[in-house]
Design a protein around this ligand. Structure first.
Ligand code: GLV
Ligand code: GLV
Length: 355
């Protein structure tokens, strides 16, 4: 291969490798056993000649790595994730490195996990599973693991972008929930969907669903029964959910986070879960991954999973493919990638229109 492309982790499938090797690239996949690579590990991988890197959200891509990549002749970095809070895009710009992410292919998968956590929390699935396995079930009882009925309740979405909108649609259509959302932008397609579905239900003699665009986030927190967080993580969304905001929610509300851990003040959340046993939470992400804040693991009213929202075979292979296409597109100077939502794969420069 004419170009040296590094992947800091093995990724699912082989399509992404073939795409690169078919186009003059030599692909090197890091085999270090530590799950989280340090900046030093990655510097050693880059070495003195590297054209592009596919990296992971656990890595700190800042000044040090981008200057090294640039010195090694690299011009492209693709984060195998839609979120890019681990990437200093300004530093990348400074060193002439284009940054890509992988939107689109993970929208539905991530929304499905948020829906799964919503149901798991509402119906206490994990607690009930533990109860069964512990051999504690000794007969049906009217009061055994009573949870919340979602139908007719209100789902609140904070951040109605691709993932937030897909989740909202699932909850509205699947469970006939009303929608309230907060976003800086109007989610026109989502509003139209809920309106049309409401009309359909009404025509069938059922209670129609409704939607509302909230004028503040607190309006969502006060009115919703299930609240799901879908913002990006930046300075403005750090600890968006804090002690005060938690206290604004209904005592029996369910909070779901499949975005980024630091969007929630996790210490305040643990405290809130302790004093409000009917409040439930479903978490895919944590403030200091891979750790949980003290006490969280003991809370029966919390469902916790290890950052697996995009973990379906189709999606992970798609993310790997898109990440490879991002790097390849930059190296070869054309956009061979395909992107279902027609979103710019490079965050910091305009790519030419798809061929
Ligand atoms: C996963 O967390 C992603 O941002 O893709
Ligand atoms: C419960 O199992 C019922 O039949 O109501």
């Amino acid at each position: 291969g004419k170009y040296r492309v590094i992947s800091t982790k093995p990724m699912p499938g082989t399509r992404w490798i073939r795409l690169l090797t078919d186009q003059d690239c030599r692909v090197e996949i890091c085999t270090l056993k530590n799950t989280i690579l340090s900046v030093e590990d990655i510097l050693a991988l880059i070495g003195d000649r590297c054209d592009g890197v596919i990296g992971q959200l656990t890595e700190d891509w800042g000044e040090v790595l981008f200057s090294a990549l640039s010195r090694a002749g690299g011009r492209a970095f693709s984060n195998m994730a839609v979120g890019y809070n681990n990437v200093d895009v300004e530093a990348a710009n400074k060193y002439g490195v284009a940054v890509g992410n992988t939107p689109g292919v993970l929208t539905e998968t991530t929304a499905e996990l948020a829906a799964s956590l919503s149901l798991a929390a509402a119906r206490r699935i994990v607690e009930a599973d533990e109860f069964m396995r512990a051999g504690l079930y000794d007969g049906w009882l009217p009061n055994l693991f009573v949870g919340n009925l979602l139908k007719g309740q209100t789902v609140g979405v904070i951040g109605a972008g691709r993932i937030g909108s897909a989740y909202a649609r699932m909850m509205v259509e699947g469970f006939k929930m009303n929608l309230i959302y907060y976003d800086l932008y109007q989610a026109t397609r989502l509003e139209k969907f809920v309106t049309a579905y409401g009309q359909f239900l009404k025509a069938n003699g059922e209670q129609p669903v409704t939607w509302k665009r909230a004028s503040s986030m607190d309006e969502v927190l006060q009115e919703a029964d299930v609240i799901s967080l879908h913002p990006i993580l930046d300075k403005t969304t750090y600890h968006l959910i804090n002690k005060e905001r938690l206290s604004n929610m209904k005592k029996e509300a369910i909070l779901i986070n499949c975005s980024r851990g630091p969007v929630v003040d996790e210490v305040a959340l643990v405290e809130h879960l302790k004093v409000n046993p009917m409040f439930r939470v479903g978490l895919d992400v944590f403030e200091d991954e891979p750790h949980m804040k003290p006490g969280l693991a003991d809370m029966k009213n919390a469902v916790v999973v290890p950052h697996i929202a995009s973990a379906s075979k189709w999606t992970r292979e798609g993310m790997a493919t898109l990440a490879a296409l991002n790097v390849l597109g930059k190296i070869k100077g054309y956009p061979v990638w395909s992107n279902p939502n027609n979103v710019e794969p490079f965050l910091n420069e305009n790519s030419p229109p798809p061929a």
